[in-house]
Ligand binder design. Structure first.
Ligand code: P1T
Length: 394
């Protein structure tokens, strides 16, 4: 069936760019596992010539993601960082300056700080929760605002509308990493963001079985250069990865509702537990930006960060004692994961910077899955009991 864009989110996720195969009637987009395509005459083909440049399975995913974000184009990549490096190489040049949030995925920080900066592109990491700070750091050569919201791992909220207003005033490009919210909970393009970035490895794929990334473009302003760099840099996903991602994407709406319901219940449970110093979850009224979360998101998502009472030893004990939560990097899959930002996802951020922004040694990040909430609570309770014994020896 065809999917006009006036269909709603869940319908688009299942049908957009996924019509039945006209030749065979196959209901599901095939995995076009081919590296190349026959040409009728040199340079004359049916729209595809080589799978790095384009592949029908990937094309379906790109189109569907564009519709879900309310954008004009989607471009997919072999990873979220593949999307980041491609957009960065395509749109910035030596001498440019980028303002980036100070709490972003460690790999994003590493790319900007350790790879891009030595190439002559200046990057400042600023507290994006304070729009006046962002204003203050704009220089004549500033070209873009790079924001992540909610942030990884501290779940801070960045006011997208305020950032878009600043960008308009100073003629800057806005790039929003929407990985933590997913297009189901937050739509940057309708607020005026130019480019949305995803690690599709996370909620979009949803099953911890495939790595990928995407860029969704508001309009055609940057389509040609990004398409050119996508093909020229070559960080494209293979057909099977595209297919797995598209298959996961179909259930994004119901998964996000289930992630959120579990995360909210668990956050409330943890907030009342004596073994926990503080709980960071945008859905709690104790979150300093709860009102902003309500304004710009249609739900609060499935990520929780907690500070365990004590220090590194207690955090380690807590994580090792969990039975249902797997100790692993990544997030957004149906299974619950737990990780230690300082030692794992944000190890590439220098200790003094981690300290300054609040990535403490007792900070633990949880990706709450869609298992039964009672089992998740019980798991937390037994792990905290073991941890509390360490924290308060009798
Ligand atoms: O891992 P990859 O698909 O390359 O995506 C990178 C990336 C980009 N943006 C955000 C907000 C991310 O969280 C990530 C990857 N993050 C993890 C692996 C993690 O455990 O936080």
């Amino acid at each position: 069936m065809d999917a006009p864009t006036n269909y709603r989110f869940s319908t688009l996720a299942i049908h957009s760019h996924q019509a039945s195969d006209p030749e065979t009637g196959a209901v599901i987009i095939p995995i076009y596992e081919t590296s190349t395509f026959e040409q009728e005459d040199a340079g004359k083909h049916k729209g595809y010539d080589y799978s790095r440049s384009g592949n029908p399975t990937r094309r379906a995913l790109e189109g569907c993601l564009a519709d879900l974000e309310g954008g004009a184009y989607g471009l997919c990549f072999a990873s979220g960082l593949g999307a980041l490096t491609t957009v960065s190489m395509a749109l910035f040049k030596p001498g440019d300056h980028i303002l980036c949030g100070d709490d972003v995925y460690g790999g994003t920080y590493r790319f900007f700080d350790k790879v891009f900066r030595p190439l002559g592109i200046d990057v400042s990491f600023i507290d994006f929760t304070a729009p006046e700070e962002v204003q203050r750091h704009i220089k004549p050569n500033t070209k873009a605002l790079y924001l992540e919201t909610p942030t990884n791992p501290l779940l801070k909220l960045v006011d997208i509308q305020a950032m878009v207003a600043i960008a308009k005033e100073h003629n800057l490009l806005t790039i929003l990493d929407n990985t933590f919210a997913s297009p189901y909970l937050q739509k940057g393009i309708s607020i005026g963001v130019d480019i949305v970035l995803h690690s599709t490895t996370k909620y979009i794929g949803g099953h911890s079985d495939v790595v990928g990334g995407a860029l969704i473009l508001k309009d055609d302003t940057y389509f040609q250069p990004l398409r050119f760099y996508q093909n020229s840099l070559g960080a494209t996903p293979d057909p099977f990865a595209s297919w797995l991602t598209l298959r996961g994407l179909k259930t994004l709406a119901i998964r996000m509702k289930a992630h959120e319901a579990n995360a909210m219940a668990l956050a409330q449970f943890l907030e009342s537990h004596p073994g926990v110093e503080n709980v960071i979850y945008p859905g709690l009224s104790s979150h300093p930006q709860h009102a902003l979360a309500k304004k710009q998101m249609s739900g609060f998502g499935g990520m929780i960060s907690v500070r365990i009472k004590g220090g590194l030893e207690e955090a380690r004990t807590f994580m090792k004692s969990l039975k249902l939560f797997t100790l692993a990097e990544s997030l957004g899959g149906v299974e619950s994961l737990v990780e230690h930002p300082a030692l794992m996802t944000h190890a590439s951020v220098e200790p003094h910077i981690r300290k300054a922004i609040g990535i403490t040694d007792n900070l633990v990040r949880m990706s709450v899955g869609i298992e039964d909430i009672e089992d998740l609570k019980q798991d937390m309770a037994q792990a905290l009991e073991k941890t509390t014994k360490i924290a308060q020896p009798q």
